[in-house]
Ligand binder design. Structure first.
Ligand SMILES: [Zn+2]
Length: 111
């Protein structure tokens, strides 16, 4: 799968440049991602990149490394599947954290 080393997004075979940043795609995921994959757990699946970036940023503020793997459909670029992985050792804390994020409604007056 062509892959943007910059955005860490996977694309369809026919795509040559990243639709996000224009970087020329490389042939496959970087090796370290594959090497790591056994140690990664799928945390959640998003449909929007901003959602994924939001979760990743939140996890990283809690010292949890998050990895975003996005597969974009070239016919429906806005309907990609964005998977968020965390290290297996971080999975439980990441899930707890994610629940907290999901429970935070932007309009609550909770103090
Ligand atoms: Zn890119």
């Amino acid at each position: 799968m062509p892959y943007c080393p910059n955005c860490k997004i996977e694309f369809e075979e026919s795509v040559k440049n990243c639709s996000d940043c224009g970087t020329e795609l490389i042939d496959s995921l970087p090796k370290e991602f594959f090497l790591d994959e056994d140690n990664l757990a799928l945390l959640t699946i998003c449909t929007q990149m901003y959602e994924a970036e939001f979760i990743k940023a939140n996890l990283e503020s809690a010292d949890i490394n998050a990895f975003i793997l996005s597969k974009q459909d070239r016919n429906y670029p806005f309907l990609g599947t964005i998977k968020i992985f965390v290290k297996k050792e971080d999975e439980n804390s990441a899930r707890d954290y994610l629940e907290n994020i999901n429970n935070q409604s932007p309009s609550t007056d909770e103090e």
